[in-house]
Design a protein around this ligand. Structure first.
Ligand SMILES: NC(=O)c1ccc[n+]([C@@H]2O[C@H](COP(=O)([O-])OP(=O)(O)OC[C@H]3O[C@@H](n4cnc5c(N)ncnc54)[C@H](OP(=O)(O)O)[C@@H]3O)[C@@H](O)[C@H]2O)c1
Length: 295
């Protein structure tokens, strides 16, 4: 006959074993959730990969052993990139067109069922003078369709596919201008601020899924996007796109969800500590540019 204390001991043993089992289960689960992104052997779609930051992402990610697909509106530009980077896959597609996004989704997922990372990079920045009354209502918000609606539509379209992947990520490319607007590009600044807010919301929404949500808040970078602003900024302030992207990839590997290369971190800090000051300084840059204009 077993003694009461013997039973107690056996029970305690079972409870201990159970706890051990649960703990190891939790450990395995948390290990799965906290596992850092591996930036190799992924299938990655980059919007706007034919130039600047997107092209650098494509080049560096291919070199790290990933399958990379890029989009852009200009077929000739895409063909040229294919010659330079034979491993890249190209698709002509406009992110500001929801029907084109549906088409892209069908083609890409049919050919690349392992697609697990989406980089929303395509963007346009105009020097937009709001006092120019010849700008049409359709035209004034073009950047909203490309820089804000585009990524939101892309996420909505690709989300069901990404949710099925064991590990997945969405990377939205915004700007340091998400923190402080630049009056030469008021609509652009609003789109980056909007995409920043959307990305933060999306990250919370997808917290319990296998999709990690990153944001690259890029600083002033030496790409064709900034050509219209030559002279407005000291070129020494510009970062080269290969550096920006190298920092971004390091950030992805470390699960750094908000990546702030170069001056972006400074702009974030100043916008928190002295918001009026930095708004005024950025305003002065725009005013200097307008000084010779007849309004
Ligand atoms: N350069 C900077 O100083 C800076 C700073 C902060 C943030 N960013 C952001 O970084 C991202 C990349 O900019 P970048 O400087 O690398 O510019 P970029 O060199 O001008 O490249 C833009 C890319 O986007 C594509 N694109 C533009 N509109 C598109 C559309 N509607 N649909 C599909 N593709 C489109 C372009 O190709 P097609 O013209 O052939 O379509 C090109 O491949 C943008 O989101 C930008 O806002 C840039």
């Amino acid at each position: 006959m077993r003694s009461a204390s013997g039973l107690n001991f056996a029970n305690k043993g079972l409870i201990f074993a159970n706890n051990q089992y649960c703990l190891s289960g939790i450990f395995v689960l948390s290990n799965f959730k906290t596992k850092k992104m591996e930036i190799t052997n992924n299938t990655i779609l980059i919007t706007g990969g034919s130039s600047g930051i997107g092209l650098q992402f494509a080049t560096q990610l291919i070199n790290l052993g990933n399958t990379v697909i890029i989009t852009g509106r200009n077929q000739a530009k895409l063909d040229e990139i294919k010659k330079q980077l034979p491993k890249v896959h190209i698709f002509k597609s406009d992110v500001s067109d929801p029907l084109a996004i549906i088409e892209l989704f069908k083609k890409v997922t049919m050919q690349f069922s392992t697609l697990n990372i989406l980089i929303n990079n395509a963007g346009e920045m105009r020097n937009l003078n709001l006092l120019d009354t010849s700008i049409t209502v359709e035209n004034v918000n073009r950047e909203i369709a490309i820089n804000l609606s585009g990524p939101v539509w892309m996420v909505q379209q690709f989300l069901p596919h990404l949710l099925k992947q064991k590990t997945a990520a969405i990377v939205n490319v915004t700007s340091a201008l998400a923190y402080v607007p630049f009056a030469l590009s008021p609509v652009y600044s609003a789109t980056k601020s909007g995409l920043h807010a959307y990305t933060q919301g999306l990250r919370i929404r997808l917290k319990k899924t296998s999709i990690k949500v990153f944001e690259l808040l890029a600083p002033l970078t030496n790409t064709p996007l900034g050509d219209k602003f030559a002279g407005d900024f000291d070129s020494k302030m510009m970062m080269e796109p290969d550096k920006v992207v190298a920092i971004a990839i390091k950030g992805l590997m470390k699960d750094k969800f908000e990546i702030l290369p170069g001056m972006s971190i400074m702009l974030k800090l100043i916008s928190r500590i002295a918001p009026k000051f930095i708004l005024k300084q950025m305003g002065k840059v725009a005013e200097k540019s307008w000084a010779n204009e007849k309004l």
